[in-house]
Design a binder for this molecule. Structure first.
Ligand SMILES: Nc1ncnc2c1ncn2[C@@H]1O[C@H](COP(=O)(O)OP(=O)(O)OP(=O)(O)O)[C@@H](O)[C@H]1O
Ligand SMILES: [Mg+2]
Length: 332
């Protein structure tokens, strides 16, 4: 007896349900974004996947790995299963495990004076994501796969090479299952953020085509901010330049990614702020979002000198219209 999670079906909402599956919404949202900056990579990646090779997107935070993985999964036109690597994983989290028992009682009253009761207990096997994806020919998106211990991911070695999923002893009644020819796998990993990551096993990475994403270039970042926040090209460029210069300075404890620029752009647009150093709300917004990423001083708070450097970047890249004075004095 096996129970299983449902793949993110790529079709319409189930009859009787008002809204679409939240996971389907995630895939759809990524697929509806324009292929800004990564169109060539996307075409190459799709070619590798369609040829049957597992794909590995590797890059720092905010370089667009997860978005691209979901967009590619959508284009493969198969049900999608999403798995996010976690330090607590072991093989059972990927493949499945015995999830309890089911007891059946048969009461025989064939002869009215005699009652015969027979009990039979059987194990219930719970299929997990990888088993379902392999059997049903889904596209597996294994995000941040190197956050799971290498021993948990070992089961993928034969899946990717021999296309056989070896099940643990006393599994679902079989010792292995054949992987569907439609099964595809897309992995993502972050080589820079070592916090909580395990070095990806060489043998596993050797079975994948790895594409290194270095992050979006300036033109692509501006286009993304324009499409997401509806800013003018000039306003988007000012925010992108502040964030990119801060990134290049290396004066940070946490690398400022495209997400920081997107947050500033979306909040500034929502709050009707001017993208200029004489708008105190805009300056405060930038300092809130970027200041938190500065290297801390001994007291754990951002160093005042570094905060002043950040302020200079805002003054430089976001000049006040008509040469008005920066809003430094009025900052909270
Ligand atoms: N083509 C695109 N158009 C618009 N926005 C995009 C596009 N690609 C990525 N983004 C946005 O950029 C941000 C970072 O992308 P994403 O989450 O895919 O990066 P990541 O490499 O997976 O980062 P992390 O390692 O932190 O998980 C997200 O807010 C995402 O929505
Ligand atoms: Mg991601």
């Amino acid at each position: 007896m096996a129970q299983r999670p449902t793949p993110i079906d790529r079709c319409a909402p189930l009859p009787g349900t008002e809204s679409e599956d939240p996971m389907l919404a995630v895939v759809n949202a990524a697929s509806q974004l324009p292929a800004i900056g990564l169109a060539a990579v996307e075409a190459r990646a799709l070619f590798y996947l369609q040829a049957g090779f597992p794909l590995h997107l590797r890059g720092p935070a905010g370089s667009g790995k997860t978005t691209l993985a979901l967009r590619l999964a959508d284009q493969l036109k198969r049900p999608v299963m999403l798995l996010v690597g976690d330090a607590s994983f072991d093989t059972r989290h990927l493949v499945g495990s015995e999830g309890g028992t089911r007891t059946r009682r048969v009461v025989d009253r064939y002869i009215s004076t005699v009652m015969k009761v027979e009990s039979e207990t059987e194990s219930v096997w719970l299929d997990r994501t990888l088993t379902v994806a392999c059997m049903e020919g889904c596209t597996l998106v294994y995000d941040e796969f190197n956050r799971a211990p290498a021993t948990a991911n070992n089961v993928l070695l034969t899946v990717l090479e021999e296309r056989i999923l070896v099940l643990p002893k006393a599994g679902r009644g079989e010792s292995y299952v054949k992987v569907s020819p439609d099964f595809r796998a897309i992995f993502t990993s972050n080589p820079v953020d070592h916090v909580g990551t395990h070095p990806a096993q060489d043998a596993l990475v050797d079975r994948m085509v790895t594409i290194d994403l270095e992050g979006f270039d300036r033109t692509a970042e501006i286009a993304i901010l324009r499409s997401r926040a509806g800013l003018s090209a000039g306003d988007a460029a000012r925010i992108v330049d502040v964030v990119r210069d801060f990134r290049a300075s290396r004066e940070y404890a946490q690398r400022p990614t495209l997400r920081a620029a997107l947050m500033i752009a979306e909040l500034a647009a929502r709050g009707g702020m001017r993208i200029a150093c004489d708008d105190p709300r805009f300056v405060a917004l930038c300092l809130d979002i970027l200041g938190a990423k500065l290297k801390p001083a001994a007291d754990g708070l951002p160093h005042p000198q570094q905060r002043a450097l950040l302020q200079k970047l805002i003054d430089h890249f976001c000049p006040a219209a008509g040469g008005a004075k920066p809003a430094r004095g009025s900052l909270p």
